[in-house]
Write a protein of this length. Structure first.
Length: 195
């Protein structure tokens, strides 16, 4: 599991007093208004960026449409703010929004090994060597679609398939071990992997 969780990316500046326009990477953009501090990772740690990555206190935040306007202590003018373009913002796991049951942070899912329950599987056994469990691949992306997320899985032979994150398909997620167990809908595997 990740120690820090990504919550946004600085996409541009706002105003002349060091405001940052942030693209939220969270289902809860309003969380910025209650965030006391963020960890900032600049695109580079050399040249004009040297020494800028680090922890910053949030002095002001507001949600504006699909963006967040953020003011950080120590960033007081437009020229300095310009250096933060492309910076990734994160918080510690302790500072993260508490998730509802059966929901997960995307960063905890990416890289998980996905196993498929096949015929004869005991779907109460979440072990990789259990009877009726076969390796499907690695989860490489999560796409929010509105009604449910879709998990992108890359198979060992480098083919990609997309599976819906619904209860009938996603049977068990173990973020501690980096494992996801699925029962694919009939025909789904053939659509992506045959041919």
């Amino acid at each position: 599991m990740l120690k820090n969780l990504l919550i946004g990316e600085v996409v541009s500046v706002h105003g002349v007093r060091g405001g940052l326009k942030v693209k939220p990477m969270t289902d809860y953009p309003e969380r910025f208004t209650k965030t006391e501090a963020v960890d900032v990772k600049l695109p580079s740690d050399s040249g004009p960026y040297k020494g800028l990555s680090g922890r910053y206190k949030v002095s002001y935040a507001t949600v504006s449409g699909n963006s967040v306007i953020l003011l950080l202590d120590g960033v007081y003018d437009r020229n300095t703010a310009e250096l933060f373009r492309g910076a990734m913002l994160s918080v510690t796991r302790d500072e993260a929004v508490k998730l509802p049951e059966d929901t997960y942070f995307i960063g905890d899912l990416i890289g998980s090994t996905v196993y498929e329950f096949t015929d004869g599987a005991d779907e109460n056994l979440f072990e990789t060597d259990a009877k009726g469990v076969a390796l499907l691949g690695k989860l490489f992306e999560v796409l929010p679609t509105g009604s449910n997320d879709v998990y992108g899985v890359r198979t060992p032979d480098n083919k990609e398939m997309y599976i819906p994150s619904i209860g009938d398909v996603i049977r068990h997620v173990d973020v501690e071990r980096g494992l996801v167990f699925v029962k694919l809908l009939p025909g789904l595997k053939e659509v992506y992997l045959e041919g």
